[in-house]
Design a protein around this ligand. Structure first.
Ligand SMILES: C[S@@+](CC[C@H](N)C(=O)[O-])C[C@H]1O[C@@H](n2cnc3c(N)ncnc32)[C@H](O)[C@@H]1O
Length: 252
């Protein structure tokens, strides 16, 4: 039988949020490759080899997956959420060679953290939005700040991945300062932690009330656009933006 690689997203945590297509790929696999906590989400069984690895070895992991597929193995590369969102899909495509044109490689979508969190909160991303990874592991911090300022200036609703880690505790405090300057103190910000797991916790506050400690590496942070408001326990960015001067304050 010829080998293949499927790069899949396991969703934010709950078994019910793993798509049937991804479950079928896991059932058909001979090998599972990925970051240790994500591989741990796959149940061991006879005939299945698990290959957990550290999160700093993405390219090596991708090459190993392709090597196994070339040798006839059926390999699933796992990410959390969606594999195309700050995850393994791009890492695998980066190490494909022209000789792999005939290799069976597929990317299978998953429910990404911001969408699972937005649904829990209501619809904070209900109008135009953007997603920014706040980690400066794979890009310069200056670029994080530039994209943040431009997104806020353009009045996008925003989702922030990897907001705060022990190795860069001061970055998220800077982010909150930039947001307060650009969006004002009353803008609504939601901290959604460990969505769809037993540790899930959601809190929505204003930017004036937001504190860096409200986020950690298991949190995705959502900010409404300038028209964002509450509806009971929900928060949303409305479906439309009226014509006329930009509600964020920049001239139309
Ligand atoms: C390396 S990124 C991977 C994103 C993943 N590919 C996705 O689509 O959700 C890891 C970040 O995703 C966010 N994240 C992942 N799972 C989450 C969950 N269940 N609840 C809240 N945020 C989550 C956090 O911001 C975390 O720091």
């Amino acid at each position: 039988m010829s080998g293949w690689v499927k790069v899949v997203g396991l969703g934010p945590g709950a078994e019910t949020m793993v798509t049937p297509e991804v479950t079928a790929a896991l059932d058909a696999a001979t090998d599972i490759v990925g970051y240790i906590p994500y591989v741990a989400r796959v149940a061991p069984r006879a005939g299945l080899t698990l290959h957990p690895s550290d999160n700093r070895v993405e390219a090596e992991r991708a090459r190993a997956a392709l090597d196994m597929a070339r040798a006839g193995r059926r390999v699933v590369v796992v990410s959390s959420g969606d594999p195309g969102v700050f995850a393994m899909a791009a890492a695998v495509l980066e190490v494909l060679t022209p000789a792999d044109d005939t290799l069976d490689v597929q990317v299978l979508p998953g429910i990404t953290a911001m969408l699972a969190a937005a649904a829990r909160a209501g619809a904070p991303l209900g109008h135009d939005f953007c997603a920014i990874n706040l980690s400066d592991n794979l890009k310069p911090w200056a670029l994080v700040e530039r994209r943040l300022r431009l997104a806020a200036e353009a009045d996008f609703a925003m989702a922030f991945y990897n907001p705060r880690s022990k190795s860069r505790p001061e970055g998220f405090a800077k982010v909150l300062g930039i947001l307060r300057d650009a969006c004002g103190p009353d803008r609504l910000i939601t901290f959604a932690r460990a969505v769809s797991t037993p540790d899930e916790r959601l809190v929505t506050v204003t930017l004036a009330e937001a504190r860096p400690e409200m986020a950690d590496m298991r949190t995705v942070v959502l900010v409404t656009n300038s028209l964002g408001r509450r509806a009971g326990r929900f928060v949303y960015s409305p479906r439309s933006v009226p014509a006329g001067p930009d509600p964020a304050g920049t001239p139309a």
